[in-house]
Ligand binder design. Structure first.
Ligand SMILES: [Ca+2]
Length: 447
């Protein structure tokens, strides 16, 4: 065996450490113009950084109710959960035999989806701002629908989410979110237009809401929308990422880092929590959020669950209630991409007067669009939450009891895809759209 001098060993160890640090620095979600929220390696690399001093990866598992967690990577922070079920839920495994199928590929970053007729989807293309119709039965893709808005597609900007009005069958009204150029920078905007009978154009598209103030930046737009049972809209925003603009997530006179509740004309819903507060914006429903990338109602409890893309680790699942403050950027279970602590490193939310996330990830899951499985085609999935993962390259299946996460599974881990949005069709297929422009369909085998 060749003898290697200690000094040389030490040198190479140091070299590897420095290289690892350099690689981590490159993952800063605010410095990478290409896809800053989620550059490819954030899940793995930061774990190397302080490995010697950090908690063993399985520490959280011992406190969990069940067995080994789905998360096997090392923690990147030293934070402990506020309650045992708040992170690293026990791994669960789908027993139903599944069939995975590619419906289409070769599209661009496919950010949002809506099933507007059985097995026919409206699909947004973030960067080209195109709205397409994808047919799940004959695998066809339409020409781009005309009349979509002009977007600012720099950085994380572009055409985001799509939703149809509850009375779409009569009104044919389609709602879109996007990043819009305005005086002073860009905003997250929401608009609507009527889908023509021949499905080739959106007619009379108009902007009904802008999440002011504008900011000269191209990160953290949020942009998910969902209708409530009264026909009003919830719109999510981001806090625009940079320090100090991100601090406006805490301000009630800014629509950054908020859940917003508005009518189909963009007016504040009159039951909103800050209507009586002269200083606050009337459309605000909840605040203290970072960059909300997923939103859906629990099919059974009716709770409104959101996914917040965290900094390095600290991605959160929250139940949104009116008037609540979710703590960003005062508290977080994550750290800066640089490795620095955020605000001195306070993780506990409740102790500081904020709402604890129901669940968080460490290391990051880089979460994006999400959907509850509100169907019984795959009975064991009923009421589970499915979340697309970007840099993590998996779809997370989260099992919820009441307001507690009791299990987690990772699906399609072999695809090396960045899963951008999830949709459950009327007939119970799970549809996943990716940044690589592929649309997958997952069903029970034999159907
Ligand atoms: Ca939080």
């Amino acid at each position: 065996m060749t003898k290697i001098p200690w000094s040389r060993l030490l040198f190479f160890t140091m070299l590897i450490f420095v290289l690892a640090l350099a690689a981590c620095g490159g993952n800063d979600d605010a410095s990478n113009e290409e896809s800053p929220d989620d550059s490819g390696t954030t899940t793995e690399e930061p774990a190397d950084e302080g490995a010697e001093t950090e908690e063993p990866a399985d520490e959280g598992a011992e406190e969990s109710a069940g067995g080994e967690p789905a998360e096997t990577g090392e923690k990147v922070t030293e934070f402990e959960p506020a309650f045992p079920e708040q992170t690293r839920a026990p791994a669960v495994v789908t027993e139903t035999e599944l069939n995975e199928e590619v419906i289409v590929d070769g599209l661009e970053v496919s950010w949002g989806m809506e099933e507007f007729e059985p097995n026919r989807l409206l699909v947004t293309q973030r960067d080209t701002a195109e709205l397409l119709i994808v047919n799940l039965e004959d695998y066809s893709v339409s020409e781009p629908i005309e009349g979509t808005p002009e977007v600012n597609s720099e950085g994380q900007g572009g055409l985001f989410d799509v939703a149809i009005a509850p009375d779409f069958d009569e009104s044919r009204m389609v709602f879109l979110t996007f990043s819009q150029d305005v005086e002073g920078g860009t905003v997250t905007a929401l608009g609507k237009g009527v889908l023509s009978e021949d499905e080739t154009s959106l007619e009379g598209f108009e902007v009904i809401f802008q999440a002011l103030p504008a900011y000269e930046g191209d990160l953290h737009y949020g942009g998910r929308i969902i209708f409530d049972e009264d026909g009003n809209l919830f719109l999510t925003t981001g806090e625009r990422s940079d320090d100090p603009i991100r601090e406006r997530a805490q301000d009630l006179d800014a629509y950054l880092g908020k859940v917003i509740h508005i009518t189909q004309d963009g007016e504040a819903v009159d039951t909103n929590p800050f209507i009586e507060d002269e200083e606050a914006l009337d459309g605000i429903y909840s605040y203290g959020h970072r960059n909300i990338q997923g939103i859906d109602f629990h099919p059974e409890t009716g709770d409104l669950w959101i996914i917040e893309f965290g900094p390095q680790a600290g991605d959160e699942l929250n139940i949104v209630e009116p008037g609540n403050n979710y703590g960003w950027p005062i508290v977080s279970y994550g750290i800066e991409y640089s490795g620095e602590l955020i605000n001195g490193g306070v993780s506990e939310h409740e102790a500081q007067g904020f709402i604890e996330p129901r669940y968080y990830w460490d290391p990051t899951s880089a979460p994006s669009g999400s959907s509850f499985y509100d169907n019984n085609a795959i009975p064991e999935w009923e009421n589970n939450l499915f979340i697309g993962g970007l840099a993590s390259s998996y779809i997370a299946r989260v099992v919820i009891e009441g307001d507690t996460i009791v299990g987690e599974e990772r699906l399609l881990t072999d695809k090396a895809e960045r899963f951008r949005d999830i949709l459950v069709t009327e007939d119970g297929a799970l549809i996943a759209a990716t940044d690589g422009g592929t649309i997958y369909r997952i069903t029970a085998a034999g159907e």
